[in-house]
Design a protein around this ligand. Structure first.
Ligand code: ATP
Length: 609
């Protein structure tokens, strides 16, 4: 059922790079010109050996003695070429840098949107830090390669080709000797590449684990301190850091080995050239200038081959990062818009909606809800809802009660389509939630969670969060209609009070008030209230329950009730027990029946009154 994000995509190196480029088309914008400039840049590098050969053979070793004017002319010409090549090289650099920044911004945005759209179950199955690392540090490895390794790669391939062509022109036999010296390396390279690739893949996974451990310890800092678990947490982070270090060293060791092997092959090629070239020169098959030029060309050839190991390092790191990003993008979205929305399912434009103040007093827009034979199992877990059927008429306030773990929250999540049932249907005004466009669903059904997440901004902006641009007058109206004006008057800046990160500058009860006002302004047809369990002072409690009853007026509401006082006030009480609905009725009716609810209620009364 729910998909999980794989650690890394299974694509090969070439397919990964191809897919990565497809995902960031801006990276290839203007690549034609960049390659043309790269050709100029590399051509400039071949000029030096050619100049050495020309000057040696035609000026220094000229039959009638050294010809200085020719030397100067050729040197000036070479200088012009080298300058041009230098300019072309920096232009390539700047162009690659700009294109890659554009492309990577595209990749980051795309990946973040996808992460955001993944189902809650998929997101929960992945460590938050690991998700963040995929959008940040994994994309950064790609960026490092594209900006620096990519430039080197293009210039080095060009240099390798040009050096080969020049060598073939001077002496096909010597060119063959150089290529033969490198053949074993070319054969071994793909195998080495696979080993290094795996090693860097492991490093990227460890980066995710490390970030996950660090971010969890920051988010849970209070609990860690409260339970004196700092040392244990530190050990966990240390282990993650050490694990990462071990894998990074392994990957670097492979790279260093590959680099030394490259050096060894380069030395072999140079030695073979000196020996064979001298022999050919002595036999009159090569001029002194050609031999000198050849030695430079061998350096030009070995340079890229040695660099290749370094580039391989960066490429593998980038491919590992790319694979992890691609794995995110390949994770299917489960909660998506229907292919063919139902006629009644067109989104309601925000401006045509009735304002909270103008809500129909008869509850005209309140929605009816039906659970039709709902079954649900969390991924890899047992079934937790076993065929639930329930009809809620429009405008009804429902309190869902039951033991902890009975399935109330799960029903709430299905009702807001944070996840879909394994079997059965949830219907809103007779339409399966899966057939409603998500925009319609989100505007018609609003979840008020136990701890409404507050953003680091003002109270006004947090209240208006569900509707943009935020209408100040409506925020003020909502606050006064919910009876919260006196509470706001106690705050220094009223509606403009900053709530701090996650609303930490407010008390738990005050955060609930903001969440209620936010839901009020969102003006939904169905409210799903996950009742807070935390106790608040009696004054705030009174404010919360007044605001809640005003919020619920004229709407259908389903409260996941933790206090039986909510059940007493509800139109309908639904008792959930071990994944079954066992009783439905009004509080008085159920108490009179003497069943599960009556026992729960009696025990609650004994404890609280
Ligand atoms: N994300 C999850 N993954 C796996 N199992 C889960 C998950 N969330 C809940 N469950 C299981 O599903 C069952 C129903 O849980 P649910 O949270 O719906 O109960 P609840 O009635 O809301 O409990 P409470 O009153 O404590 O909030 C429980 O057995 C629980 O362990």
């Amino acid at each position: 059922m729910s998909s999980t994000i794989s650690a890394s995509s299974e694509l090969g190196v070439v397919a990964t790079v191809r897919r990565g480029l497809q995902l960031s088309p801006a990276m290839l914008q203007g690549i034609g010109w960049t390659l043309a400039l790269a050709v100029v840049a590399t051509a400039g590098r071949v000029v030096v050996p050619v100049v050495i050969q020309q000057v040696t053979d035609n000026a220094i070793m000229a039959d009638d003695g050294p010809d200085v004017p020719v030397v100067v002319r050729v040197a000036l010409l070479a200088l012009a070429f080298i300058l041009l090549a230098g300019l072309a090289s920096s232009a390539v650099n700047i162009r690659l840098f700009r294109a890659s920044e554009r492309g990577l911004a595209q990749l980051r945005t795309r990946t973040f949107r996808h992460v955001h759209d993944l189902s809650v179950l998929t997101q929960n199955a992945e460590r938050r830090g690991s998700l963040v690392s995929r959008v940040t540090s994994d994309v950064d490895t790609v960026s490092r390669f594209v900006q620096f390794g990519g430039l080197q790669l293009i210039l080095n391939i060009g240099q390798l080709l040009m050096a080969t062509v020049a060598m073939l022109v001077y002496s096909p036999l010597l060119a063959l000797v150089v290529w033969l010296c490198f053949t074993p390396m070319f054969v071994l390279a793909p195998r080495a590449q696979r080993i290094i690739s795996r090693a860097y893949g492991a490093v990227r996974v460890k980066v995710g684990v490390m970030l996950g451990a660090i971010s969890e310890s920051i988010v849970g800092a209070e609990t860690i301190r409260a339970y004196g678990a700092s040392e244990r947490t530190q050990r966990r982070i240390d282990d993650a850091v050490q694990d990462h270090r071990a894998d990074a060293i392994k990957a670097q060791t492979f790279t260093a080995l590959a680099f030394s092997t490259g050096m060894a092959f380069s030395a072999l090629a140079l030695g073979a050239t000196v020996v064979t070239g001298t022999f050919l020169a002595l036999n009159g098959h090569l001029t002194l200038g050609q031999l000198l030029a050849f030695l430079f060309l061998v350096q030009m050839f070995t340079g890229p081959v040695q660099n290749a190991t370094e580039m391989l390092n960066e490429l593998q790191n980038a491919v590992a990062g790319w694979r992890r990003v691609i794995a995110v993008l390949e994770t299917p979205l489960e909660i998506t818009d229907p292919a063919a929305p139902t006629p009644g399912g067109t989104p309601t434009p925000a401006d045509s909606r009735i304002s909270p103040a103008g809500r129909d007093a008869d509850g005209g827009r309140a929605a009816s809800v039906e659970f039709r034979d709902i079954r649900f199992a969390y991924p890899g877990g047992p079934e937790v809802l076993h065929g639930i059927s329930l009809t809620i008429p429009p405008g009804t306030s429902v309190a869902m009660v039951g033991e902890t773990g009975s399935g109330k929250t799960t029903l709430g999540k299905l009702l807001t389509r944070l996840m879909d049932p394994t079997d059965g249907q949830v219907l809103l005004d007779g339409t399966d939630l899966r057939e409603l466009p998500l925009a319609t669903l989100r505007s018609r059904v609003v979840l008020v969670p136990q701890e409404g997440f507050l953003f680091d901004s003002t109270i006004a902006e947090n209240i208006a969060y569900g509707r943009t641009p935020h209408p100040r007058a409506e925020v003020e109206a909502a606050v006064s209609e919910l009876g919260l004006t006196d509470w706001l008057a106690t705050l220094t800046d009223g509606l403009d009070t900053h709530v701090g990160q996650r609303g930490e500058s407010l008390s738990a009860g005050e955060r609930q008030l903001v969440a209620i006002a936010r839901a009020y302004l969102a003006d939904a047809d169905l409210l799903v209230l996950d009742e807070a369990t935390s106790a608040v002072d009696p004054a705030t409690e009174g404010r919360i329950s007044r605001a809640l009853s005003r919020l619920q007026a004229g709407r259908t509401s389903v409260a996941i009730a933790h206090r039986l006082s909510t059940a007493e006030a509800a139109d309908l009480v639904v008792v959930v027990d071990a994944g079954h609905v066992v009783e439905v009725g009004h509080h008085r009716e159920l108490v009179a029946r003497g069943g599960v609810y009556a026992r729960m209620h009696a025990s609650w009364v004994r404890q609280t009154r």
